[in-house]
Write a protein that binds this ligand. Sequence first.
Ligand code: ADP
Length: 453
Amino acid sequence: MIFVLLTALFLLTVFILIYLSAERYTSEEFYLRLKKRVSISAQAYLEEDELSTAIYEDIRKKHLQTLPNEEEQIYTVDRAENSLMPSEIEPLTSAFFDEVFEKGNASIQIGNKYYTGLFYPDNQGDFVIVLSAEDLYGKGKMNNLARTLISAFVLSLVLLYVLGQYYAKQVLKPITDMTKKVNLIRAKNLHLRLKTTNTKDELGELAQTFNNMLDRLETSFEMQSSFIHNASHELKNPLTAIIGQTEVALNNPRKKDEYIETLKTVETEALRLDNLVNSLLDLAHIDHDAQGLIIEPIKAKELLTEIMDGLEGKSLNRINFNFDFPPENPDKLIFQGNHALIKVALLNILDNALKYSKNESIDIVLKALENTIHISISDKGIGIPKNDLKNIFEPFYRGSNARSYKGFGFGLPLSHKIIHLHGGELNISSQIGSGTRVTLLLPNQCQGFKIAR
Ligand code: ADP
């Protein structure tokens, strides 16, 4: 509508200008004809006495075809006063005659009539000849032009409106389609996507951006629902065991040994619950309370030694610690971090290596790279199936081949979060049946890393 309105305004201005200019041209043309005729007329009448009858007839024939409603008036001028006798002749005013005296001629339009006056000094006296006529032909032409312009204007508007509607619909169709599709998307069908035919134009880009956002939302929705599902499941198992055990114990009077047995099972399950709840709290704590952490310089080599010192002798014997090339700059082995958290992260990874590789040896490699500290922990254990690798950092996710091993699926997500919090990277490469390598990259002290808040 705005487009049609603006174009209508533009057309109206152009058409009015065309009309006014044509009107000016037509009337100028008519005045010119009047002027020519008034001078011929003057000559024809006033020089009649001096011309031969033949020439006079010729002039009349050639030039004096009368104009529509043509009238000729010849007025005598009072030479002494330089004025007409009488001075005003309806509908002409004295101003008109003053101009005639001053300039020799004057023109004026009154109503439909055009007047041209000519001052004509003659041997018989001074005269003013006034010729008036209607420009019927010009008027017809102008009416015709007005009709044409009005029809063109109306037709253009109708055409513009129809084409505008059609074009606007065509242009807006993808947006209308998108709106309809977006309206269908709910939490339950987050898998729906918008069609992206051409990703190079703005609409395609918008659809692509929207789809990307849906991808992220869907992933986080799925992660949340699987987290809730797994968390409830993990919480329910020990609770069911506790309730079951206590119900059986309370059903009948039991011997002391049986009560002790039941209480032991209850204790084990309660400890399992405690463990789980603590892990959940750790995870929530890292998510929401990074500000309160104490950050200090940590020496990577000392930290690893401290972790290994905490292990039982049996486990320790399986570990080979490789640290062959101490860097020239000792700062390259120091990083900024929270000691307790980093220890938890490394312990989780080391525990997994020990747990999933039976009695095989484990290699820990420490290297100082230019900007990062590289720690890798490799085992020759059961490995992680390829399909599980992409989900391995999701809380509660456990490898399909790890179900027979104890665990909640909490260690790796926690370690991952901790390493990320320290501006580092945690990468896993694994081959099912041959082993797993977990690599940690932490920015060293030279990097001036600040913990992500
Ligand atoms: P948990 O060990 O309690 O199951 P984690 O979060 O530590 O939980 O590990 C998640 C999953 O990753 C494990 O269930 C296992 O399938 C796999 N995983 C982790 N580390 C190893 C490893 N060193 N070798 C084989 N599988 C591993």
